[in-house]
Design a protein around this ligand. Structure first.
Ligand SMILES: NC(=O)c1ccc[n+]([C@@H]2O[C@H](COP(=O)([O-])OP(=O)(O)OC[C@H]3O[C@@H](n4cnc5c(N)ncnc54)[C@H](OP(=O)(O)O)[C@@H]3O)[C@@H](O)[C@H]2O)c1
Length: 291
């Protein structure tokens, strides 16, 4: 079987590519960069140079794929990019698309609207499809804070006391890889909402980091304006702030990220990782090296 993975150089796509490769599945790993395609190519993985903004560049690879893992970055063109891939997959007779969505309630905000364009296209395509929907993700929230955790023993955000069923990216990759290797009918039309074992606040995450790392980590809560300014001062592009950062923290603060499911445990047969477990296995990235 051959699986085409979009976003293969990113957080989820990279983990899914590794998991499929570990299971001996042939992977066509998509990137826009010839250099990255060359470095992805090893064993059962072949790097493919293509751009979802120019979907014709994907045609040859899609014609060789049995299934597709579909992901694109948080961008105003997410819907158009994913719809173009779905249409090409339909013409090519691909047998399944597994699309990455999300489990935070975004309530029709601009990011959710983009995802729903693609979900509607899947529903109308006649293809077999399944959504893998991570809650808030440890890797994105905690690795984004790695420098301040390492240097200041602090995390900064504007999440208030909002709870999150936060999950590790690799647990989500494990589910996607499982679905992509199961009979297509097993998960047809399902939305698999993948969460961690409990819903925690940022302050509780700081306590779990403290236990895992053996140093006191503090959470500094800020207003949305203050946090936005801090992110831009640190070099985050102002035009990406709303779609990539602020809309997520707003929903966490408003209690829209609290969902906890047992989907991971039911599918994989063990509990998902806690923040403490995740932090223990990422110690090297979160602690300053002792010279
Ligand atoms: N992070 C979270 O907490 C979270 C939670 C739930 C859902 N999500 C969803 O996850 C998705 C983002 O996943 P991620 O964090 O893994 O993304 P990511 O790390 O930002 O990676 C995005 C990938 O997309 C590729 N890419 C960008 N533009 C492209 C284009 N025009 N054509 C083809 N490839 C393109 C990039 O590869 P190259 O530069 O190599 O081409 C990159 O590998 C979004 O849809 C988001 O809504 C995220």
């Amino acid at each position: 079987m051959t699986v085409l993975v979009t976003g293969a150089t990113g957080m989820f796509g990279g983990l899914i590519t590794s998991r499929l490769q570990g299971d001996g599945v042939d992977v066509l790993a998509v990137t826009r960069s010839p250099e990255r395609a060359a470095s992805l190519t090893t064993g059962s993985v072949t790097g493919v140079v293509a751009d979802m903004d120019d979907v014709g560049t994907l045609q040859e690879a899609i014609s060789r794929a049995d299934r597709i893992f579909l992901l694109s970055p948080m961008h105003p063109d997410l819907g158009a990019r994913e719809c173009a891939v779905i249409e090409m997959a339909r013409s090519a007779g691909v047998s399944q698309i597994v699309k990455l969505y999300g489990a935070v309630e975004h309530e029709g905000d601009p990011l959710d609207t983009q995802h729903h364009m693609a979900i509607d296209a899947l529903k109308q395509s006649g293809l077999s499809w399944c959504l893998v929907s991570p809650q808030t993700v440890m890797d994105s929230h905690l690795l984004a804070q790695a420098e301040s955790i390492r240097e200041e023993h602090r995390m900064y955000a504007c999440a208030g006391d909002g709870r999150m069923g936060i999950v590790s990216a690799d647990n989500c990759a494990e589910v996607a890889s499982h679905v992509l290797q199961s009979p297509v009918d097993d998960y047809q039309g399902r939305n698999l909402q993948i969460t961690g074992p409990e819903a925690v606040t940022f302050a509780e995450m700081a306590s779990q980091l403290t236990e895992a790392l053996g140093v006191t980590i503090e959470y500094i809560d800020m207003s949305e304006d203050e946090f936005g300014k801090l992110a831009v001062e640190a070099g985050f592009p102002a035009e990406d702030l709303e779609l990539q950062i602020l809309c997520h923290f707003r929903q966490i603060r408003n209690g829209k990220a609290m969902l906890v499911t047992d989907t991971f445990e039911k599918l994989i047969g063990r509990p998902p990782a806690s923040v403490k477990q995740w932090a223990s296995s990422h110690r090297d990235l979160l602690l300053k090296e002792i010279p």
